[in-house]
Design a protein around this ligand. Structure first.
Ligand SMILES: *Cc1c(COP(=O)(O)O)cnc(C)c1O
Length: 234
């Protein structure tokens, strides 16, 4: 049997899931978005096998969210963002493999990204991750400290802030999502040199429609696309 035919058959559920997500995203946009702005759908790869990820890319997924760099295994047409907690001493392993780092939450981390980006003669796009639910277990800068951090990072020549990322607590109120949206708009209005608020990365399998309602234009989907995953301790 043609192995490709076989695998495409097995992966058909991913296509069905993707269609459903696209449909829901379109509906949420029509319902809530005044500007009709586009919403990017990111496939979060975690422990998902590369064959499944490549299948999703072949069906139209253009953006992948990574925790470790497995980029060599992928279809190179997809853009890869780093979305996991990033230790300063690990930046060197991913700096040349990803288009954007979504999880910058300290000056120390941003400075290391800046140093390595400069060394590689490039400017690294990043999002600042905000711990909007003020959860002890989550990374991200404290909500109240976000603007200060954005200003500090804006002084680094080889790091370019393109927006904010957040993981609202499971089951939290809509006010948390809106709080994040307001912060995003506020920083945009401040017109800080070298800072753009183009991306608000918020919303996962369980809350992406709600996130779009509150201004998200990048939703990060794992489970709803690929199915329940094996335990992932990251
Ligand atoms: C796992 C994860 C996701 C996707 O979560 P699902 O609920 O499986 O869609 C999105 N963003 C981050 C940062 C994650 O760790």
């Amino acid at each position: 049997m043609n192995p490709l035919e076989n695998s495409e058959h097995n992966f058909q559920y991913i296509l069905e899931n993707y269609k459903e997500i696209c449909y829901n995203v379109e509906n949420a946009k029509v319902k809530y978005s005044k500007s009709g702005a586009d919403v990017s759908i990111m496939a979060v790869t975690k422990t998902v096998e590369p064959e499944k990820i490549n299948f999703a890319v072949s069906q139209g997924i253009k953006l992948l969210g990574e925790f470790m760099s497995k980029k060599d295994m992928y279809d190179k047409s997809a853009q890869v963002h780093f979305i996991g907690h990033l230790q300063t001493n690990k930046v060197k392993y991913i700096i040349n493999d990803v288009a954007l780092i979504q999880s910058v939450d300290s000056v120390k981390l941003a400075s290391e990204i800046n140093r390595l980006a400069a060394k590689n003669s490039k400017v690294m796009d990043v999002l600042v991750e905000v711990n909007v639910g003020d959860e002890a277990s989550k990374s991200g800068v404290a909500f109240e400290e976000c603007i200060g951090l954005v200003k500090d990072i804006s002084a680094l020549d080889n790091v370019h802030i393109k927006g904010l990322m957040a993981i609202p607590p499971i089951g939290c109120g809509e006010d948390i999502f809106e709080k994040m949206h307001e912060l995003y708009l506020k920083i945009g209005e401040m017109q800080i040199k070298g800072v753009d608020m183009d991306i608000l990365s918020m919303g996962m399998s369980g809350d992406y429609e709600l996130a779009i309602k509150h201004g998200s234009n990048l939703v990060r989907i794992g489970t709803k696309l690929f199915g329940a995953r094996k335990y992932f301790g990251g």
